[in-house]
Design a protein around this ligand. Structure first.
Ligand SMILES: CC(C)(COP(=O)(O)OP(=O)(O)OC[C@H]1O[C@@H](n2cnc3c(N)ncnc32)[C@H](O)[C@@H]1OP(=O)(O)O)[C@@H](O)C(=O)NCCC(=O)NCCS
Length: 385
């Protein structure tokens, strides 16, 4: 016997074109390659705003006034420290653990120390979102130093989110240009609609689980190579290619084997990703400054070949993960930290989506279409042969 009354439903593989909530947070115009946060164009924000201001915008739905912004930034800074116990615990982890796995552990551990963990008021949840955002760079930087047998570095109250991360990572304050580029990279990664990690966070939030759990779910989904893990792999590919004259053959061979080129393609953008356009310019400038022009030239050639081969036919263009790798590498960040850098920004988007959803929550509970047999006879294990 099989299911006789299979409903006439379409299974939307990959939830393509499925809308799960209304939002004021961001709008992606995929056909024209445009992105807006709360109605502000990403180009304007990248030029004039700061990452902290974007966090305020996402959580409070408007740009801050000067005095309230100062208060907000100071509170955020005051949350940067992680406990000595957590640092000691991190020292016990295997040194080859992936930074994204350590970030998951770190955020879960911070939750246990948060006295407001179960307080579901909006005010407490914003404070928790701030703590997660403030502590995540400290966890990532601390892990990088611990795994390299270096002393961890205390956060600085003098630096903004972006510069403080670079400082805790490398032990020296970044120059102004590097700090600004890091800030812009964080702005560009802060929010991007209902992608896989935002959805993972939202599903978790919709059960009225706590906001830390939602973020851990987001980190877990972001880790995958089809999502945030693409930036690390894109740079590794560029390095593997080795020189611009080898790029064409490399890409064509990969495409012939039906392999994906990391850092290209997008579910929503069917045009050039506007974030990639901004990062490409910075990748060019920074790689020239720091002596990595060769990497940029290889990337440019890969881009040319992929667009030539897939641009018109499959609408495949560079996404945010393609040029971000060269930017991060030129800033002295090792490739296996790239996805964690993405995460320390995207915490803003994940938490903002969960907070927005909680204003009229309904548990997310879709269906799976059963297509198998029914009424099978159970055979005891000893009788199965
Ligand atoms: C982002 C991504 C997961 C979107 O997946 P999706 O919406 O399911 O799109 P599809 O994989 O169905 O792609 C549509 C077509 O374009 C092709 N395509 C998409 N991205 C491609 C890429 N990076 N390299 C080569 N071909 C690609 C697919 O092979 C497919 O071709 P087909 O119709 O002949 O099968 C996909 O583009 C990808 O895997 N990119 C590489 C990983 C990456 O950079 N992720 C970061 C995203 S921000």
């Amino acid at each position: 016997m099989s299911v006789t009354d299979l409903p006439k439903v379409e299974v939307k593989k990959g939830l393509d074109e499925v809308y799960v909530k209304e939002t004021l947070l961001s709008y992606i115009d995929g056909a024209n390659g445009k992105l807006y946060y709360h109605g502000y164009s990403i180009e304007d924000l990248a030029k004039h705003s700061t990452f902290e201001e974007i966090a305020f915008l996402m959580w409070y739905g408007r740009l801050p006034k000067k005095v309230e912004f100062e208060k907000f930034v100071n509170l955020l800074k005051s949350y940067r420290w992680i406990s000595k116990d957590l640092v000691e615990y991190m020292k016990t982890l295997p040194k080859n653990a992936h930074p994204m796995d350590v970030l998951k552990l770190g955020i879960a551990a911070v939750a246990l120390e948060d006295p407001e963990l179960e307080d579901m008021s909006r005010e407490a949840n914003i404070r928790k979102a701030m703590r997660i955002l403030a502590k995540a760079p400290t966890i990532v930087a601390a892990w990088h130093r611990i795994r390299n047998n270096l002393e961890t570095i205390e956060p600085s109250m003098d630096l903004n989110h972006a510069a403080n991360f670079l400082y805790m990572l490398k032990g020296e304050k970044p120059d102004e240009f590097s700090a600004r580029i890091m800030d812009v990279a964080l702005i560009l990664h802060a929010e991007h609609g209902m992608n896989a990690s935002a959805f993972a966070a939202l599903v978790t939030g919709s059960t009225l689980s706590d906001i830390y759990s939602a973020v851990v779910a987001g980190i877990s989904a972001l880790k995958g190579p089809l999502h945030g893990g693409a930036n690390e792999r894109a740079l590794k590919m560029i390095m593997e290619i080795g020189s611009p004259d080898k790029a064409e053959e490399y890409v064509l061979k990969k495409l012939a084997r039906k392999e994906k080129i990391m850092g290209f393609g997008h579910r929503v953008y069917k045009a050039y990703d506007p974030r990639a356009r901004i990062l490409k310019e910075y990748a060019k400038q920074l790689s020239e400054m720091k002596g990595y022009e060769q990497l940029y030239k290889i990337a440019e050639k890969v881009e040319e070949v992929v667009i030539r081969e897939l641009g018109a036919t499959k609408k495949v263009f560079p996404n945010v993960d393609f040029f971000s790798g060269i930017v991060y590498y030129s800033l002295g960040i090792p490739p296996d930290l790239f996805t964690s850098v993405f995460a320390i920004s995207r915490i803003v988007g994940w938490t903002a989506h969960v907070l927005e959803y909680w204003t009229s929550n309904r548990i997310i509970r879709p269906r799976a279409l059963y297509v198998g047999e029914l009424g099978k006879k159970y055979v005891p294990i000893d009788a199965r042969g």
